[in-house]
Structures are given as C-alpha cells and as structure tokens.
Design a protein around this ligand. Structure first.
Ligand SMILES: Nc1ncnc2c1ncn2[C@@H]1O[C@H](COP(=O)(O)OP(=O)(O)O)[C@@H](O)[C@H]1O
Ligand SMILES: [Mg+2]
Length: 256
C-alpha cells in the first residue's frame, strides 16, 4: 500500500510544482514507483513531465472527477506515471455542485490504485478551495513548500490552518500528518533569514534541511521537460532536492 503525499501552499509561484516533481523523480531514481496527480488547472506539473501539450491529453483528472470510469493513468517513464490536468479543471466547483460527498472524490479515485505505487504525489493549486480540500482528505502526508518571504509564509499558514481543520474532524482525515516544510529559491539576505528562523521556531519538527538555493538551471530544466538530475546533476539545488527526497522517504516509510 503506497503513501499519498500532497505538496501545498495557498500562494502561487513558491516552488510547489518544482518541489513535487524533483522529490518524485528522486524517489523514482531510488527505485520507488511514483504516481503524480496534477490538481492545478494551470497544468504546470503536466507540462513538466509530459511532452504533450496540456490540451492534447485524452483524459485528465477533470474527466475522472466527472465520471470515475474516465480515470486514466499515463505512463511517462520507468517508475513514473501521471494523471494530467487541464485548464477546465478550474470549473471543478461548478462541475460538482450537485455531487454529494464531492470533497471525497479524489480519495475515492486513489483508493483503487494505491497498492500499485510506493508514492502518490499530489500537486495542489494555489488556493484553499474544494480541490485542495480533496487533496488533504486524500493524503497521508502534507508537505508545505515556501519561499522565504512574508506572503509565501502567510500562504503556508493558511494551508496549515486548513490541515488542522481536516485533521480535527474524524469524518475528514484525522490521520494526515504534516511531514515536511521545504524552503526553496533561497537567496541569502536579512529578510529571508528572518523568515527561515520563523519557520524553524513555529514548524521546527516538520522543517527539512537543506534549504533549496535559487538556481537558474531549475527553471530551465522545467521549461525543457528535463529532469534536474540529468540536466544539472552537480547543481546545489539538485543535490538539495535529492537529500530532501531521501529525508522525506525516511519520515514516510516505516522501515527504511
Ligand atoms: N530553486 C529554484 N531556483 C530558481 N527558480 C526556481 C526554483 N524553484 C522554482 N523555481 C521557479 O519558480 C517558478 C515557480 O515555481 P513553481 O514550482 O511553478 O511554483 P508553484 O507550483 O508554487 O506555482 C518557476 O518558474 C520555477 O522554475
Ligand atoms: Mg504549481
């Protein structure tokens, strides 16, 4: 039985997708079988992993939400599968307005495939709405991703509050754990160091070192559908992500 891990922050542009991809690709390199689920209608995860244009995927997570018979998983490469997203996932609230139990749609879909994977990685949209709610209800573990600045920190606190709501309600998901806080795109200055100290003070247990430095090659790799471990194997950010993936695996897998 695999573990479902969601990557979240209420703010966009803070490195959620890059972190989800980099951690998942590291796990795949370690021989783990990984399923990525793209829950953001911007479909950045989909375009980073797949060479198809987002509107060329025959079935996306939106189709599966509308009809579970349309739940299709694509194979990307060895150990990596994907459920893509598409722009019209932004209609999720309207699409499912008449569905009872619509907060459990993702959990229900994933239940059927959990035993085929070591890890299921969910990339969340930058929002606290029904989609992120579905992600938290379906997940065993939450990893919050943030840059070291005030707005990103606030976005993380908002997700932490939603996490507490989900966890305190037995009908939702009392077993979800806050397993990691990853700080990324780091550039040394007084303000960023102040926010890192704040994260250590408030979320010390979940905080994961190393911090991922800012690196142009990370952005380049993403744009070229390249794996950072091939594109910039010796890069500091690449090495940081591999170490983070190892530490997260240790926290999640009981016997390794
Ligand atoms: N460590 C890093 N160094 C430099 N650029 C980064 C780093 N991590 C992410 N980025 C870039 O920042 C932008 C936002 O990252 P992304 O992962 O898409 O954020 P989110 O999913 O939170 O919106 C992207 O262009 C990405 O390539
Ligand atoms: Mg994203």
């Amino acid at each position: 039985m695999g573990y479902t891990v969601c990557f979240a922050n209420n703010k966009g542009g803070v490195g959620k997708t890059t972190t989800a991809v980099s951690v998942g690709q590291a796990w795949a390199k370690m021989g783990k079988k990984v399923l990525f689920v793209d829950l953001d209608s911007q479909a950045n995860l989909t375009s980073m992993l797949s060479t198809l244009e987002p509107d060329q995927h025959e079935f996306t997570i939106r189709d599966a939400f509308l009809d579970k018979d349309n739940f299709h998983i694509e194979n990307i490469e060895q150990n990596i599968d994907l459920v893509p997203s598409e722009l019209s996932l932004s209609n999720f609230d309207r699409d499912t307005a008449a569905v009872t139990g619509r907060e459990y749609l993702l959990a229900d879909l994933l239940r059927g495939v959990k035993d085929k994977y070591d890890f299921i990685i969910i990339d969340c949209p930058p929002a606290l709405g029904l989609i992120t709610y579905n992600a938290l209800i379906a997940s065993d573990h939450l990893v919050m991703v943030s840059t070291a600045d005030g707005l990103s920190y606030s976005g993380m606190v908002m997700i932490a509050n939603l996490y507490s709501d989900v966890r305190s309600n037995a009908r939702l998901n009392k077993d979800i754990k806050l397993t990691g806080v990853v700080i990324t795109r780091y550039e040394k200055n007084r303000l960023s160091d102040m926010y890192i100290q704040k994260v250590k003070d408030e979320l010390g247990q979940a905080f994961i070192e190393p911090i991922v430095p800012k690196a142009t090659k990370i952005t380049q790799a993403g744009s070229f559908h390249q794996n950072i471990y091939d594109y910039d194997p010796e890069g500091k950010a690449t090495k940081a992500y591999f170490e983070i993936a190892q530490k997260l695996a240790l926290r999640i897998l009981p016997d390794e």
